[in-house]
Write a protein that binds this ligand. Structure first.
Ligand code: PMV
Length: 332
């Protein structure tokens, strides 16, 4: 009998060029291409066990039964895997992250990357990384990027099979540091799935999407040439554009808190004063401060002096999804 249990570990990623809005919500084909850095130190570890005795999926997230909303999203994703494998068996799922969910630290990226790798392996599917990326995208767009380590691009795709991510450069390419200034650990009230649906209601969205290829090329070149100043400008512009779309949607979404703005202003000033640092913010209030390795101790010291920062997570470029060794093989 094939192995029916598998465990996988994946990390979240921070988008430098962000995806916001879906051209095809059912397939989660993103409105625009995106580019990210996979993060070390933060992880989601997920075990999936298909069990014939179960009458429904049993899902535990961070030590508690999953909420109805989270459970139905996981079950929907497992249904895709059950269809692909031709085996309708329900599963027991245990997922544990070492960072807070739903606070703009891309917990859905690591969660769906780990779930996709573990569930497909446990179901007996042998998928390569491109296939895993396509499948992970169906659970969460940004999860398609967490399949890979280092610096990663996600193509927007015309059809299901061309909406996948690809590694641009491995983690060792550029030792950037991401200091995440945590200003709240609470779960956001509007999830990114709802946010994506609202994106087309903003008049700025079409312009943002249309100009993405240009920003992505600038960002890609800056990464390949390790040009921090160019990276800083394009990363902040892209983040500000996405938050402008959010704030001008109908209804508007405002993820930023006063503390987020305070960090943004400080970061801009520190860069003017010569530190290699820039900010970027996902769908939440926590601020990702991207900096050079050399300047990271000073940036961290300065961040600690700002009121309202509850915690600082330090991450470097990290690895892509990996199956636990007990399952003999990692994804190809
Ligand atoms: O993967 P989702 O559906 O949680 O969307 C992620 C959207 C952002 O994190 C805001 C941007 C991105 O590209 O990661």
């Amino acid at each position: 009998m094939p192995e029916r249990r598998a465990t996988a570990t994946a990390s979240p990623n921070i988008a430098f060029i962000k995806y916001w809005g879906n051209r095809d919500p059912a397939l989660r084909l993103p409105a625009n291409a995106s580019l990210s850095m996979t993060l070390s130190n933060l992880q989601t570890n997920t075990t999936v066990l298909f069990d014939d005795r179960l009458e429904a999926d049993q899902i535990e997230i961070d030590g508690s039964p999953a909420s109805d909303k989270a459970a139905s999203r996981v079950t929907k994703h497992l249904d895709l895997i059950r269809t692909l494998s031709g085996n309708p068996t329900f599963a027991n799922i245990h997922s544990l992250s070492n960072f807070p969910a739903g606070a703009g630290i891309a917990s859905s990226a690591s969660a769906f990357a780990a779930l996709t790798a573990a569930a497909s392996k446990a179901a007996g599917l042998e998928l390569d990384k491109k296939q895993l990326s396509i499948l992970a995208r169906r659970g969460s767009g940004s999860a398609a990027r967490s399949i890979f380590g280092g610096f990663v691009q996600l193509f927007s795709g015309e059809v299901n099979t061309d909406g996948y991510a690809e590694q641009l450069a491995p983690a060792e390419h550029w030792h950037l540091v991401n200091l995440i200034a945590v200003v709240t650990k609470e779960h956001k009230s509007i999830g990114s799935s709802e946010g994506h649906m609202l994106a087309p209601t903003s008049s700025i969205q079409a312009i943002r999407v249309q100009d993405t290829a240009r920003r992505l090329e600038i960002c890609k070149k800056a990464i390949m040439q390790k040009d921090f100043q160019t990276l800083a400008q394009i990363v902040e512009l892209d983040s500000n554009l996405m938050h402008s779309v959010m704030m001008t949607s109908d209804p508007p979404i405002l993820y930023l808190e006063p503390e987020s703005i305070s960090v943004m202003k400080h970061v801009t000033r520190w860069r003017e004063d010569g530190l290699a640092v820039c900010y970027t913010i996902d769908a939440g209030p926590n601020v990702h401060c991207i900096c050079s390795l050399e300047d990271s101790p000073e940036v961290e010291r300065q961040l600690r002096s700002i009121d309202g920062i509850l915690d600082i997570y330090r991450c470097s470029p990290g690895n892509g999804v990996a199956l636990a060794v007990t399952n003999e093989q990692s994804p190809q």
